[in-house]
Design a protein around this ligand. Structure first.
Ligand code: SF4
Ligand code: SF4
Length: 96
């Protein structure tokens, strides 16, 4: 049985801070869409996004950074919206 010392290295990052150079938005099959009129600017989407893909603007909620958003849907799940109406919905990529 192979032990971990015999496995070849999978990924080696030789240039710190290089993640900005590798856009991961093409991995996405569903994209989050922001419905502004339902947004209460609680910023939970910003807090929960694992990819820092919710941007801020003028001290409030900004657009998504689709260059890096992988479409995990966490923001849509956590979004409380306004009066029960979500301010983020997930749509199939290319639907609009
Ligand atoms: S979680 Fe929803 S309501 Fe809160 S800022 Fe984000 S989009 Fe707006
Ligand atoms: S779908 Fe996932 S990666 Fe994209 S903005 Fe929402 S939480 Fe971030």
């Amino acid at each position: 049985m192979t032990n971990w010392r015999e496995l070849p290295p999978g990924v080696v990052i030789t240039d710190p801070g290089s993640s900005r150079n590798f856009k991961t938005g093409s991995w996405r099959s569903f994209k989050p869409v922001w419905i502004r009129e339902n947004c209460v600017h609680c910023m939970l989407c910003w807090v929960y996004c694992p990819d820092t893909s919710v941007l801020t603007a003028d001290n409030g909620r900004g657009e998504f950074d689709y260059d890096f958003c992988k479409g995990c849907g966490i923001c849509a799940l956590e979004c409380p919206g306004k009066k029960g109406n979500k301010a983020i919905v997930m749509e199939e990529e290319g639907a609009r």
